[in-house]
Design a protein around this ligand. Sequence first.
Ligand SMILES: [Mn+2]
Length: 341
Amino acid sequence: MQIARNKIEQLREYIEQPQRVVILSHTNPDGDAIGSSLAWAEILKRHGHDVTCIVPNKFPYYLEFMPGSEELVVFKNDTEGKAVKAVKGADLIFCLDFHTMTRLDGLGDVIDENQHAKRILIDHHLNPSEDFDLMISYPEASSTCYLIALLVEVMFGAESISKEMAINIFVGMMTDTGNFAFSSVTPDVFRMVSILAAKGISIPDIHNHVYNSFTEGRARLFGYVIDRKMKIFHNGTVAHMSLTADELRRFWFQQGDSEGFVNYPLQIKKMKLSAMFTEHTDFIRVSLRSRGDIDVNIFAQRYFNGGGHKNAAGGKSFMNMEDTIKHFEKSIKEYAAEGLL
Ligand SMILES: [Mn+2]
């Protein structure tokens, strides 16, 4: 995969002189969101830019080991107004790992107040919205971190990737590819991993931080949701699970604890599509995963005001849990009737 020359030249122009830069990523930031933001921030800072990284809400505790994560401004907890100040004064606003401003929640309104800053998208989600001055949008890329690595490589040279950047980039590449197992993984992804590995990072340490650092509550919540809440239907090819706010409290839920649960039903033979419904204060978060040709991006767009990737997408429901599940089961029937499942 190559990033178009004209896009790189445009980006080079934007960052030629030191600028006030804001780097934003999406609500419920994951390894790819945090990793790409921190790596991009590091290289820009080294070239004299004044950089603030902002995420709309808290990131999972098991990503706190990522170098530089302590400097991330969490908009929701930002009592000092650092985020608003940085956004208002920014010359450049980078939007990483998301494709539409609606994924920023309240932070989107703050961005709208700054009409003079150039907006640059670096992302790999399908169907990005058009409100950007420069779009580095490659849905075929396995992660935003991989795109950042390619950009850094062509613009500054692979030797400019520090060990800290390598850790951050590796986390996003690893988590967004299900440990380098998805169809988006190409030979060039492994070429990039080999560059990162040569920076002296410890892959076992990173793996332990990301996958083996959960709380006891998460382990018990997982057992509970699989045993008690997973419903399998449509001849064993579709599964859904749900967690209410009450259930989350019972297991001392922390941000990120239910991350990845939605993938587990796909380990069952014949399973094609898995859905997870998690109750939040104002809505129910819908996570969708699928195997092979089954397209959950279209499903999420059509039935849950969302989107994402072909095999991993999400959306929201503003109904209660019972009605959300009914709506899901009805939508599955409709989708299957059209031959899409
Ligand atoms: Mn991503």
